[in-house]
Write a protein that binds this ligand. Sequence first.
Ligand SMILES: O=C(O)CCC(=O)C(=O)O
Ligand SMILES: [Fe+2]
Length: 254
Amino acid sequence: MSLRKLKVAVTVVGEATNPSPNNENENKAKRQTVVLGNGSEVVFMPRFVSFDQAWTWFDYLNTHIPWTRPTIRVFGRSCLQPRDTCYVASPGLPQLVYSGYQPHAYSWDDHPPLKQILEAVHKALPGSSFNSLLLNRYKGGNDYVGWHSDDEKLYGSTPEIASLTLGCEREFFLKKKPSKTCQESRDDQEPKSKRLKRNHADQHSFTLKHGSLLVMRGYTQRDWMHSVPKRTKVEATRINLTFRWVLEDPDAMS
Ligand SMILES: O=C(O)CCC(=O)C(=O)O
Ligand SMILES: [Fe+2]
């Protein structure tokens, strides 16, 4: 699959205060906002946290998190999830279930560095709040996450998801979900060459480097899918933390 790097529609909205808890001098990092359209956007901070701090967090999480590689169900078939995982949530929240798997919810108190990371994320995103965390560990290029949206009901209709990368960099892709609007139905009947031009902004890619933070907002989960594909030449480990807000009563929202 070949997805073009986003060249347009990347707006640098200025210097942001980086919340690196240890080094105030490294607290200046560029923040890019990518407007995806129709109320969806991505904010990307390539240097959210200092290199050294990010390695300290990586080493702690790699050794201390109770990683598991669960069996999940995809298109009716059972398979091993192609990455390690762990789930952390505040008490009293509804259970997370995805791909037929219900992870045990660990407490923030079990791993104090996670509270420090959560605080840093909150500081970088004023007005945002997160009460759960899904951790992923990719132990090399064969580990991946396939195309999906995090559109579970317990996150509500416009969830904000903040995604921190530690360790080996990997490509992160976004592609627009197919929809049967009038315009797109007409596109289907056009020659492929024209269609490709018209759809140029329907896919984006980001290189998620060590210490970067990518935030998906608005209707991104409703209208877009994302993935971290396999990479044959990659051998090193990447740890990814996605912070999310779980609604206390998802049924009250519908
Ligand atoms: O590893 C990543 O960057 C993405 C992980 C992800 O999409 C997820 O856990 O839902
Ligand atoms: Fe996801």
